[in-house]
Design a binder for this molecule. Sequence first.
Ligand code: ADP
Ligand code: MG
Length: 699
Amino acid sequence: MNVFQTPLTYLKGVGPNRSKTLASELNIHTYQDLLHLFPNRYIDRTRFHKIAELEQSSAEVQIIGKITDLKKVPQKKGERLVATFVDETGSMELVWFRGIKWIAQQLKPNQEYVAFGRVNWFNSVYSMPHPDLELLVEHEKGFQISMQPIYPSTEKLSNAGISNKVISKMVLELLTSHGNEIAETLSSEIIDQQKLMSLERAVKQIHFPKNSKYLAAAQYRLKFEEFFFIQLQLLANKMKRKQKIKGYPFKIVGESFNSFYKDHLPFPLTNAQKRVVKEIRSDMGSNAQMNRLLQGDVGSGKTIVAVLSMLIAIDNGFQACLMAPTEILAEQHYNAIKELLNAIAIEVRFLSGSTSKAERTSLAEGLKDGSVHILIGTHALIEDTVVFKNLGLAVIDEQHRFGVKQRSKLWRKNQLPPHVLVMTATPIPRTLAMSVYGDLDSSVIDEMPPGRKEIKTVWRSDRNRLKIFAFLKEEIKKGRQIYIVYPLIQESAAMDYKDLMDGYESISRYFPLPDYQISIVHGKMKSEDKAYEMDRFVKGQTQIMVATTVIEVGVNVPNASVMIIESAERFGLSQLHQLRGRVGRGAEQSYCILISGDKLSSDAKTRLETMVRTTDGFEIAEEDLKLRGPGDIMGTQQSGVLQLKIADVVMDKDLLMHARQIASILLKNDPLLSDSNNQPIKNAYNQIVKHKNIWNYIS
Ligand code: ADP
Ligand code: MG
């Protein structure tokens, strides 16, 4: 067994009590865990402050002085110990609230001490509670550190006496006794080429840096390492998947595709669409299963790409399905695709939770005998009763709403898994896509269909609502349609629902019948009522759609030119972007009006300002990532790869891309890592795979 797997309790100076606390508070169980407890920051211990130069904003300081007076001061509960501490420039107080008796005995008056700690301005004097205190002579003899590591801490830890100093000592003890056994994990080739510090040195320097230059080099090495092994894992998985998971090879592009492409395309494809169709075609034409992410901003035209892909499946004698996250969206897809394919003999059917029993029975037959070519629907598609004759392609729209598990359910229906195309309109920042979906292939539609006008976005206070309503009347007069969206957030549904209803009432008053027709759609309605209201709006029978975010995804009404978002500060950036994407789909100038209260958090302000500044989904996604951090963006983390110890996908994104590239080159040259020079990498990699933990590989 490797020494770093030793339980921490065996380390000198730890013992069962401390190890228990460290395990529960910081999840540290072994030597290795302690080695990877990286300091949050460092304090320059070469610098000494004078008492006269203290400021109220001084954080941690180090002062040389003498204790001239010691007294116990009664307080509400018990007493505190107060020492007067002076240097040649002034005087301050050192204060203890716990362990008073013992401390009072230890302190030696009129001798020079180094006091280190945080200072407060309290009762017109500076005081330092529970200082790290060391006699100057001891300090000068002792282990000289210039940059003191500050480790993560918790209240329980400090109450248990496990101070920063104690943790530093443990780490120092570990490094002194076993530091030299830290084995290298990278090949010397990579270390030389990338000018990296050795792992042993980096680990030592990250804890006790000699100076800031060494610290930077250590951080670089460890960040590189962290990214490198994640990418190596993702790329190796991808490679294995390509070799192992066979897919149906769609060798031909046949009658349906060609006839549709030549004679029935409603518009010429953009270059981006052409490129992506080509990528999908060649992917499905190989013997491996396709697992491809298709990213394209709202309105970039993903639907037609999905349709063309499905036609390829059909031309090869297979069926295809398209799964959407909501009933409304599924139905829209169904109607749009049915219309697109009207001219060629393709059987398209629909399935959702509200599909009747009779329809299901007939559908089941058609799916079984293969006469149904394309099935479109909600996640009703993955119910056990849905059995295809031969599903060749599954298209999944707006993947972030579906769990990975649901996706894999689609797989069980064949001998071979169908090809999978995941479409998302929420652009994922490149770096994040690489870390989370690094083992998927990805296609990006990065070009909008021609003739689109940029949506004008403004941010208004809710005091301006009447002015906005007047503007809406003008737009309606021109024949346009309008969305007004209210937030509906699960936990406070009752309140939000009231907001929506109040809003609906005042809108109804301002836009009275019979001149104005209003649709309303929200989550509490029955799906047939929703569909009815939606349908009236789609057909242009109503001019205003009052809705909650159910319309967020995918809904396509080209004549709608204004999107009003009420309480816009309560929406996340990607949601705002999705909502805005509902307009600007026709030839008319479109508007997005964000309405908010006046009291906003700074994050909310940034979100709204970002929306006003740009319509570029990728830029918005990057901003969102900065604001929320990677964990939140992807929802609850199915993927451990984002629980990074030291690297940061936002701050270190260049390094991430670089590490991926190096990993990719390595795998290309030595896919099995069998070259003896790559032995250290192989060992480390095997450790990771064994422990499923990226940081468990130091051996
Ligand atoms: P999304 O990527 O958001 O799903 P859609 O596929 O719904 O986008 O397309 C948005 C709109 O753009 C639709 O009305 C569609 O007909 C139209 N569209 C798509 N591609 C093109 C194109 N190449 N030229 C013109 N219009 C297009
Ligand atoms: Mg869409």
